[in-house]
Write a protein that binds this ligand. Structure first.
Ligand SMILES: Nc1ncnc2c1ncn2[C@@H]1O[C@H](COP(=O)(O)OP(=O)(O)O)[C@@H](O)[C@H]1O
Ligand SMILES: [Mg+2]
Length: 271
């Protein structure tokens, strides 16, 4: 469904063309969950931005990206808007950057559905409640009427996920969706995202620096370093037989697992 072929990007910085992405190729089939894993600055977000055609202005891009056979670089105007509004949804790291601080979250969901899909406001209001239920929120009316600063990061990210799945897009682009959350909330939000995705049969391109987290929710993983894919495979293969030295480094820096393991030991010891 998504086919990225030899995507390269350079950015002009003070008269020099700085390479950002080099020959990135990856595929996501319908309903699949694919990981893009690498340390900070490796080019993960730029890859996602290229898919949505929201690269920085001074970027030069080459290669071919097709979504359901449509070349995204050929899309203009209404076709591009429609692709962004209905075929693909993005979930970013920081929900505060997405939600308007002076509006209750209800408005975010209603406006989203109204603007992107033309759902009448009254109907969108009902649907907003259903969506919040779907992402595991219990006190729905309270949350709908709350302003972003009144809710926790985990709650806000659930609202963003609700907005992302509202239009039942074919593809979710998730850019470190749980990185800004504390460890317990991270696990909850990740589980909800994964469950919604499976239930609705959406594909996901999941970006993270955490190889273990990717391994827990992805069918296949691409490892990215310095703008290049250096290794790819199924999670077990990367975990048990990493070939590239960089994949091994990522496997060895597994803070979440180490922390969970030691917490569990502490609990057992306490019991
Ligand atoms: N607007 C920009 N102008 C110039 N360079 C940028 C810009 N945004 C990001 N970069 C550079 O592009 C590279 C890849 O960034 P990014 O895709 O954001 O990495 P990641 O998401 O993997 O942390 C980094 O070296 C970053 O410094
Ligand atoms: Mg990033």
């Amino acid at each position: 469904m998504l086919d990225v072929q030899n995507l390269s990007m350079t950015i002009m910085i003070e008269d020099a063309a700085v390479p950002i992405l080099r020959d990135v190729s990856l595929q996501v089939a319908a309903g699949e969950s694919i990981g893009l894993v690498g340390e900070s600055g490796s080019g993960k977000s730029m890859t996602l931005r290229s898919i949505l055609r929201i690269e920085p202005e001074n970027a030069t891009v080459s290669g071919r990206i097709t979504l359901d056979g449509l070349d995204v670089h050929s899309l203009r105007g209404e076709a591009l808007r429609r692709m962004r509004a209905t075929d693909v949804a993005m979930i970013a790291q920081n929900p505060h950057a997405v939600l308007n601080p002076v509006l209750p979250v209800e408005r975010y969901l209603i406006e989203g559905m109204h603007d992107a899909q033309g759902v009448p406001r009254r109907q969108a209001r009902l649907r907003a409640g259903e969506l919040l239920e779907q992402v595991g929120i219990e006190r729905i009316d309270l949350v709908l009427g709350s302003y972003p600063h009144q809710l926790s990061g985990g709650m806000l990210q659930r609202v963003v996920i609700a907005g992302a799945i509202a239009g039942e897009p074919k593809l979710l682009l998730a850019d470190e969706p749980t990185t800004a959350l504390d460890v317990t909330t991270q696990a909850e939000v990740m589980a909800i995202l994964d469950e919604c995705r499976r239930e609705l049969g959406m594909a996901m391109l999941f970006v993270t620096h955490d190889l273990d987290l990717a391994a827990s929710v992805c069918d296949r993983i691409n490892v990215m370093k310095d703008g290049e894919i250096v290794e790819r495979g199924v999670p077990e293969q990367l975990r048990d037989h990493p070939e590239h030295p960089y994949t091994r480094v990522l496997m060895e820096s597994r803070p979440a697992t180490v922390m969970w393991a030691s917490n569990r030991e502490a609990e057992v010891a306490h019991d």
